[in-house]
Write a protein that binds this ligand. Structure first.
Ligand SMILES: NC(=O)c1ccc[n+]([C@@H]2O[C@H](COP(=O)([O-])OP(=O)(O)OC[C@H]3O[C@@H](n4cnc5c(N)ncnc54)[C@H](O)[C@@H]3O)[C@@H](O)[C@H]2O)c1
Length: 312
């Protein structure tokens, strides 16, 4: 199938590799053509690393499926799936989609990578809105299989299931957000952890460094291959009901105190910035991002091998 990527920054260029890995032809477009060139160079550098980690078979085959487009009309010609990844503001997205619906084939799925904006806000004014939905990834999607498919009331069930099938075919793990909600599922979970982290640090209960350790040396070890519900099912001898019998009152009490807690102070931003820049200077951020991506590739390869051996 022909696919189009609109907005070729961090997320767009990563989606291009995902769609091409799924066997699709991908056309990249951006309002800034230099971004398309940067994306193509980044993709050419990244695909060999993915092949080396065993995550794709052949870097050259995947790369030749990806090309740049000089215009929006050219990018959208004959496509079956459109993924938008421009700036995270409703108005530019609405304006772009108003143009897109005049240029795209009538049966194309029209999808946004928005992190938090509800599909009814982005697509509500469109005539083709029954084919419109959000496909929200974790950054970078070529290394993290999760994608949240979220339609609005007007999105057809057929479009949701087509999007899920398309994403599965590209090696992603789609979940369905059954009713739209700001932040969808992934960011609501992430933001719950961040809100609590900011409060615990600001109120002097823990340092940022020790809080990070609590996740990476603790909770995330299990969470890298099982979810919080699967986790608690194994944290009491007789399963999840037993767990709630034992710990339910504590969960409720702490939950009440979290709901009643004062908002974290804005000064936490400057404090965390000072601490993080002492650990990773600004000029080292790109190198650190590349290191993170290599770690994610190694973890993805490890998980794939372990999945083959998992009891089912
Ligand atoms: N970065 C993340 O962690 C992450 C994760 C999931 C989803 N997202 C979502 O993906 C989208 C893109 O984020 P990103 O991190 O790739 O941003 P980015 O700044 O890296 O890329 C955005 C690209 O869009 C282009 N652009 C901006 N406005 C445009 C317009 N009106 N028309 C055409 N092109 C335009 C820019 O030139 C740029 O190349 C956002 O909606 C964001 O919320 C981001």
């Amino acid at each position: 199938m022909k696919t189009a990527i609109l907005g070729s920054g961090l997320i767009g260029r990563s989606w291009a590799m995902v769609f091409a890995r799924g066997g699709h032809a991908v056309t990249l477009w951006d309002q800034d053509s230099a971004q398309v060139q940067k994306a193509l160079a980044h993709i050419a550098n990244t695909l060999p690393d993915m092949a080396a980690a065993g995550l794709i078979d052949d870097a050259d085959t995947v790369r030749t499926r990806i090309t740049g487009a000089a215009s929006l009309a050219q990018a959208l010609s004959g496509v079956g799936f459109i993924q938008e990844n421009i700036v995270e503001r409703a108005e530019p997205k609405q304006a772009l989609f108003a143009e897109v619906e005049g240029l795209a084939p009538a049966d194309a799925i029209i999808s946004s990578s928005t992190s938090a904006i509800m599909p009814s806000i982005i697509f509500g004014a469109l005539a083709t809105r029954q084919r419109c939905l959000v496909s929200h990834p974790l950054n970078p999607p070529h290394l993290a299989p999760i994608v949240e498919i979220c339609g609005a009331d007007f999105t057809s069930a057929g479009a949701v299931s087509e999007a899920k099938d398309f994403m599965s075919g590209c090696g992603m793990s789609p979940i369905e957000v059954k009713r739209e909600i700001e932040g969808f599922i992934l960011n609501r979970l992430q933001l719950a952890v961040l809100n609590e982290s900011f409060r615990l640090i600001a109120e002097g209960y823990v340092t940022a460094d020790d809080l990070d350790k609590t996740i990476k040396e603790g909770l995330a070890l299990r969470w890298s291959f099982m979810g919080p519900i699967e986790t608690i099912d194994l944290n009491a001898p007789n399963g999840v009901a037993d767990y709630l019998e034992r710990y339910g009152p504590t969960i409720r009490r702490v939950g009440d105190s979290q709901a009643a807690a004062a908002p974290w102070p804005h000064a936490i931003g400057a404090m965390l910035e000072a601490e993080r820049r002492a650990a990773v200077p600004r000029e080292k951020l790109a190198d650190t991002t590349a290191w993170r991506d290599r770690r994610m590739m190694a973890l993805a390869a490890h998980k794939r091998d372990q999945e083959k051996k998992a009891p089912r």
